[in-house]
Design a protein around this ligand. Structure first.
Ligand SMILES: [Zn+2]
Length: 319
């Protein structure tokens, strides 16, 4: 067995947590010598899930090694325009890459990487003194290991940076995931997070919550802020709203796909208006998605500080 990245030195048993010791490598699994948990390794990717998690079964990861990473919907789906802009990611990841240059060799964890490996490798300069480790819970994801953000299977202070893009709305307990991200980062390690705000449900049953920029900031109050702002603004919100309004009248699944395609072809261009709205405080309260870039700190940012740094248009006081 050969793990896709040199992970063994930083892995820990998610069932044992702080009591964990080094895992033993067996022919087709990793073994925890403390609790005897066996974690299967599928196509060189360890499946590091807690045994008592209620949603995902370790057995579900025995087959997918040969699965190709298909985009659902095939070539027709690729013709449908994306309803969203992303005004921040390229620029902020470039800034993160520059920040990491002082820490080389640097290790970056992607929490909920999906199929973004090549995009993240390129954005963060993987290979040039930067190791990017992709993780996800989805059996279809292109990962170095499968794990659950609620119980990251890494020893404390393992990473120089963590990146998580539109993932935490899909987890059951975002504050627990935020605490785990904080734990696995080195002191002053970097976090880049994108989180939806004004967006409709987009992963069916696996879509639980939304955060305003202030809520996003508070979720990561264990971090000192470098910058935060808009990923996508009210124009993207509008495109999503038109689409969901029209789809509310259509129930047949194939017809919904056709209607969705037509709505996007007609209205997706509106999203580009966000480029003019990006810096307007008046636009922030209707943002489709926000971002946060920060560094791990000791202690917490006080709640009144988070309230004081509100950047929208509706300044008011309840005190
Ligand atoms: Zn264990």
């Amino acid at each position: 067995m050969k793990l896709t990245k040199n992970l063994l030195g930083i892995l820990r048993c998610p069932n044992c947590g702080d009591k964990a010791v080094s895992l033993e490598v067996k022919s087709d699994h990793l073994l925890c010598p403390v609790c005897n948990s066996a974690f299967p390794v599928v196509a060189n990717r360890p499946v590091m899930l807690r045994y008592d998690n209620a949603v995902f079964q370790l057995e579900g990861y025995r087959e997918p090694g040969e699965k190709k990473f298909k985009r659902s919907g095939g070539w027709i789906a690729r013709l449908i325009p994306d309803p969203s802009v992303n005004l921040s990611r390229t620029r902020v990841l470039e800034r993160l890459k520059t920040l990491l240059a002082a820490n080389k060799p640097a290790r970056v964890l992607i929490v909920g990487s999906g199929r973004q490996r090549s995009q993240m490798d390129m954005a963060l300069g993987a290979g040039d003194g930067v190791q990017v480790i992709c993780s996800d819970i989805d059996t279809d994801a292109d990962v170095d290991l499968f794990c659950d953000g609620h119980d990251l299977p890494f020893i404390n202070c393992s990473f120089d940076a963590v990146v998580t893009t539109v993932v935490l709305e899909h987890v059951l307990y975002p504050e627990r995931v935020a605490a785990e991200i904080h734990r696995v980062l080195k002191p002053s390690g970097f976090l880049y997070s994108e989180m939806p705000f004004m967006q409709q449900v987009h992963e069916g049953a696996y879509d639980f919550t939304r955060y305003s920029l202030s809520g996003h900031r508070r979720l990561f109050n264990g971090f000192s802020e470098l910058e935060s702002g808009m990923v996508a603004g009210p124009a993207t919100t509008l495109v999503w709203s038109i689409e969901n309004f029209v789809l509310a009248f259509v129930s047949q699944p194939k017809l919904r796909l056709v209607v969705k395609a037509l709505v996007r072809l007609a209205f997706a261009w509106l999203k580009h208006i966000d480029r003019f709205l990006e810096k307007r405080p008046e636009a922030m309260d209707g943002a489709s998605c926000t971002y946060f870039l920060g560094t791990k700190m000791n202690g917490r940012v006080a709640d009144d500080e988070i309230i004081a740094r509100y950047v929208g248009a509706k300044h008011m006081s309840h005190v």
